[in-house]
Design a protein around this ligand. Structure first.
Ligand code: ADE
Ligand code: ZN
Length: 339
């Protein structure tokens, strides 16, 4: 008892993920398999060649490859297989709940129907809940490099599936596409009963985080790293306990930070921010949840107690009911006591 390594401790603790793009879980092996059955070309001839292209200097370089990869997804079964592969993978990492993004416009812009996309993803999520015991929430994320009209059209396409979708988000190329561009869409989404989140302060300025909070009325900020440049903003986020869904390996791979050892997690915790650890696009950034926790724990020499607090933060920041949160947090606490 109490002598397992930090790595084993992380592997065993029941975890939850709050920032995950399902298209970002597309592993090269599955990509080749689906491309073949759909007669779609991939620019690279082998899995290794494709993997060697995964070297990014910024968010846009990654997004170009990420959207190209998603091009081979055509049939409902493709979206099912993509989602099921993610769920079976994270099941081996003791993930018990996940709140995932999907980017409908990445597919509808290529002529794939909204129905095809959501039906495949939803069926796999339901199977994951029944067969693997992983509960979930689904978040429709608007692509911010596209215009407001496209986002409104997507929101309308989503309305018949309202019971399957808990919230809306905002992702893609951040700089030059501020949250204010989507204020009216988010207002309408809230009226329709969706919870709101937004990527902000990953590459974009602290001002975008202010806009996400004040105009989009978000309940969480995805990334949010650049809040640290604005003391007043940090105070607001801490006072309101608006969670940040941090993604350490993503930040490293996209050069948001240059070294995990310099990850500002201790400063964020000191300032009272509700921070959580997530994987973002694990197939592209070298790791799922365990690898993100282990990476940050090793770099910052985190204790089991600190890891436990981070996991508890994720439960607090989730959209589970208060009762479910309490139950899960108690399980995490028991795990900590026993390990
Ligand atoms: N890290 C990220 N930032 C913005 N948009 C994304 N889409 C997928 N991953 C993303
Ligand atoms: Zn993201």
């Amino acid at each position: 008892m109490n002598n397992v390594s930090i790595e084993k401790f992380i592997e065993g603790i029941p975890k939850i993920e709050l920032h995950l793009h399902i298209e970002g879980t597309f592993e090269p092996e599955l990509m080749f398999k689906i491309a073949k059955r759909n007669n779609k070309e991939i620019k690279y001839s082998t899995v290794d060649e494709l993997k060697s292209a995964y070297s990014f200097n910024n968010l846009q370089e990654f997004l170009d490859i990420y959207y190209a990869g998603a091009n081979v997804l055509i049939e409902e079964q493709d979206f099912y297989d993509l989602t099921w592969a993610y769920l079976t993978k994270v099941h081996t990492q003791n993930l018990v709940h996940t709140e995932i993004f999907f980017d409908p416009q990445t597919h509808t812009d290529r002529g794939i129907s909204f129905d095809t996309v959501i039906k495949g993803i939803h069926r796999a999520l339901e199977d994951g809940r029944e067969k693997l015991g992983i509960t979930y929430k689904l978040i429709l994320s608007f692509l911010r490099h596209l215009d407001e009209a496209s986002a409104f059209e997507t929101l309308h396409q989503a309305l018949p599936y309202k019971k399957w979708i808990s919230g809306v988000g905002l992702d893609s190329s951040e700089v030059g596409n501020p949250p204010s561009k989507f204020e009216r869409v988010f207002t309408k989404a809230k009226e329709e009963g969706f919870i709101t989140v937004a990527h902000a302060g990953e590459e974009g300025p602290a001002e975008y985080i202010w806009e996400a909070v004040n105009l989009l009325k978000v309940t969480r900020i995805d990334h949010g790293n650049r809040c640290l440049e604005d003391d007043r903003l940090v105070k607001l986020l801490a006072d309101l306990q608006i969670p940040l869904t941090l993604c350490p390996l993503s930040n490293l791979e996209l050069k948001v930070i240059d070294d995990l050892k310099k990850y500002p997690l201790p400063e964020m915790i000191d300032k009272g921010l509700l921070v959580t650890i997530n994987s973002d696009d694990p197939a592209y950034f070298g790791g799922y949840m365990n690898e993100n926790y282990i990476g940050i724990a090793q770099a910052l020499n985190l204790s089991k107690k600190q890891i436990t607090e981070l996991v508890k933060n994720s439960f607090k920041a989730s959209w589970l009911s208060d009762k479910e949160k309490e139950k899960k947090i108690a399980q995490v606490e028991t795990y900590f006591q026993n390990n």
